[in-house]
Structure formats: C-alpha cells, structure tokens
Write a protein that binds this ligand. Structure first.
Ligand SMILES: [Zn+2]
Length: 299
C-alpha cells in the first residue's frame, strides 16, 4: 500500500531539496499540489477513501479533481465532493462510454453541471485506439459537450487517444468561438508531440502529465515536459490507473501526484517547490479552486 510520501520507502529520493514536507508545512500554503485527474468514484476506493485522501494531504496535496466518465459516475463525483472537503467534481461522458445513453442525457448533464461542486465538463474527447464507440458518434458527443461547456462558461477535461488531428480541429474551432476570459481546459495525460503541445498551449489549453513520465521507457516525456510553458502545466495521477514507476501494478492514488511533480522538477531542472507552486496556481486558475476548501488532515 503506498505511503503518503511516495509508494516505496526504499526508493532513494531523487530531488534533494524539499523532498520531505515537514508536517507543519502541510497546513499552510506550501501544500499546493493539485491532482487534477483522479477517478475516485471507482470501486477501488470504496474500502478506504478517507485514508486515501489523508495520505494525499500528508503528501502536500490540497485538492483533488474527481473526474466523471458517464452520468452515474458524474453524479457520484458530485456526491463525493459534497462529502469530502478538498475534492471537486467534473461531469461528462467519456468517448468510450457514449454508446447507450438516454435521450435526455445532455439535459441531465446540464443540470449536473449546475451543481456548485462542478468545476469542469469532462472527461470528454476522442479515443480511436479502443474504438468501442463509432468515431462519428464520438465526435457528436464530444461536440455536444464542448458546446455545453461553452454555454456554461466551464473548462473541459479532454481525453485523447490516437485522435490528435480531430482533437486539434475540434478544440481549435471551439476555443476560437469563446471569449478571451473563458477558461479553456486541459489535455489530460498528454500523449501528443511537441508541435501539438505548442499549438494547444498557444490556444490557451493546459497540458497535464501523469505517472507515465516516470517510466524509463517513455523517451519523449523529458523533452515535452522540459519544453512546456510553466503557466500551462498541470500534474495528475489518473488514479486508479497509471501508477508511477515503483508503484506499477498497484492501485494508484492521489498522494502519488507528488512523484509526478518530482519527475517534472528533474526534467525541467527546477525545485519541487517551484513545480508545486506554478502547477498549483495553474490548477487554481483553470478550475477556480481558490475559494474552495482544501483536503484536511485529521488530528
Ligand atoms: Zn481519466
């Protein structure tokens, strides 16, 4: 079971400075890591969610964005955000979950999105790898949810698997119709190339990296992470999936977002605190987290 400060206590620390947050700092502004993408509604967390969130707080995480993938998980994400301070929700239909939807799905999503716990529309996008849902149906669902986000002034959390060109086209068209103040969104667990990253960030989107940047085999990650604009970078776990190196094969959880931030610090030649600071600020800005409650530690 992962501990709060990295999942393998025997793993040597790779970042010399700020590698262990003193307990006292966990209570103040230095606790600013935001896990911008976690599926806490999965049954994996049913037995011990309070302990999972406690470990996240201990690791320096202030907020977790709990991401819906269909109507029922979106509803559950809102309920979970109501019960746990420091958790906020997104609502949306994932491209792999778009086949059997009730006729009124978009109205239902619209009413869920109006709940105060909701900070974005997502997880939405295109998945041409799994192809579980016909591609034209995926594009139809994606566009309808982009339009909903536009209507409600919300950012989007975007899933992209082997659909770079259509994602770019659809996001580009959507973003060009929005006002300058409208928060755009994030390409979660970014898998595109440098050119795609640059055009997304120039269009106002954030780029989020997850556990795969810690894998020895992910050769492109270092260059991408190093080249990203600091005001567009986010960190995430995609829990319970994509456990960082050292925890692979085990359930991922939000405390491990610290390992992603540490790897990002190494690739960028920055301190962990610097990465925590700007990724936290970027998450605050994108999801409007500033005046919301944060994860709390029990006495
Ligand atoms: Zn996800």
């Amino acid at each position: 079971m992962p501990t709060g400060l990295g999942c393998n206590p025997m793993t040597p620390r790779r970042v010399p400075d700020h590698s262990t947050l003193p307990m006292a700092l966990c209570y103040n502004r230095l606790r600013m890591l935001v896990d911008t993408h976690a599926h806490l509604t999965m049954s994996d967390y049913a037995p011990d969610l309070p302990a999972v969130l406690e470990r996240a707080a201990m690791a320096g995480v202030s907020s977790v964005v709990c991401v819906g993938i269909d109507l029922s998980s979106s509803r559950e994400a809102i309920g979970l955000a109501r019960r746990h301070g420091g958790v906020v929700a997104t609502v949306g239909v994932h491209p792999n979950d778009g086949a059997p939807l009730p006729g009124c799905w978009l109205d239902e999503l619209r009413s869920l999105a109006a709940e105060p716990e909701v900070v974005a529309i997502g997880e939405i996008g295109l998945d041409y790898y799994r192809d579980r849902v016909p591609r034209d149906r995926q594009r139809e669902l994606f566009q309808a949810q982009l339009d909903l986000a536009g209507e409600l002034g919300l950012p989007v959390v975007v899933h992209n698997r082997q659909a770079d060109s259509d994602i770019m086209d659809m996001l580009g068209r959507w973003a060009s119709q929005l006002s300058a103040q409208h928060p755009k969104g994030v390409l979660h667990c970014f898998s595109g190339d440098l050119a795609m990253m640059q055009s997304c960030t120039e269009a106002g989107f954030c780029i989020s990296f997850a556990g795969p940047i810690t894998y020895p085999g992910s050769k492109n990650a270092a260059g991408l992470v190093a080249a990203a604009a600091s005001d567009r970078l986010l960190v995430e776990t995609d829990s319970p999936y994509l456990s960082p190196q050292g925890c692979r094969g085990r359930r991922n959880e939000p405390s491990n977002v610290r390992l992603v931030a540490e790897q990002m610090a190494i690739f960028r030649g920055e301190s962990l605190n610097t990465v925590m600071h700007y990724t936290g600020q970027n998450a605050d800005r994108l999801f409007g987290l500033k005046d919301r409650s944060t994860l709390t530690l029990r006495d």
